[in-house]
Design a binder for this molecule. Structure first.
Ligand code: HEC
Length: 123
């Protein structure tokens, strides 16, 4: 009985350690929460992009039926910084152009935001 209890305690300890490792470690930027970020680019996103891409960039269907893709995962259409820059600047396929609303510097910040914060460096 004591032996049984000891291995039970050990099992509980191991499970606890595993759960802790899974929830505390790793993950990192994948769990970037836009609504909680105080960064300038996150606020640019909230002001200009969330209306179509959703508050956490998970994508959305607009009232006119336009399917707006999520920016975090999936098959990315635009991968390189140049492609993403051009898409934000020129728009297209249902996305509005931002070249007259945002400065070059702000668009570059959003490119970095998409690539690092949202996509976690997957290019
Ligand atoms: C009017 C709605 C709308 C707004 C506002 C908008 N988008 Fe988009 N966005 C879209 C649509 C629709 C697409 C899909 C375009 C396509 O398929 O080529 C898209 C695509 C993208 C993509 C490419 C995703 C991929 O698969 O590679 C990026 C990156 C992006 N948007 C970033 C932004 C950023 C950053 C902002 C804010 C500055 C923004 N969008 C604002 C509608 C919008």
């Amino acid at each position: 009985m004591t032996r049984y209890l000891r291995s039970f305690k050990l099992a509980v300890l191991i499970i606890f350690t595993l759960v802790c490792l899974l929830s505390c470690g790793g993950g990192g930027r994948k769990n970037f929460v836009i609504s909680e970020s105080r960064s300038y680019e996150a606020s640019l996103f909230r002001q200009n992009c969330a209306i179509c891409h959703g508050p956490e960039a998970d994508g959305k269907t607009l009232s006119d039926g336009t399917l707006v893709p999520g920016l975090r995962q999936g098959e990315f259409k635009y991968r390189s910084a140049g492609e993403i820059y051009r898409h934000i600047s020129e728009g297209g396929n249902g996305m509005v152009p931002f070249r007259n609303q945002l400065t070059e510097r702000e668009i570059n910040m959003l490119v970095e935001f998409v690539q690092s914060d949202l996509r976690g460096g997957v290019r």
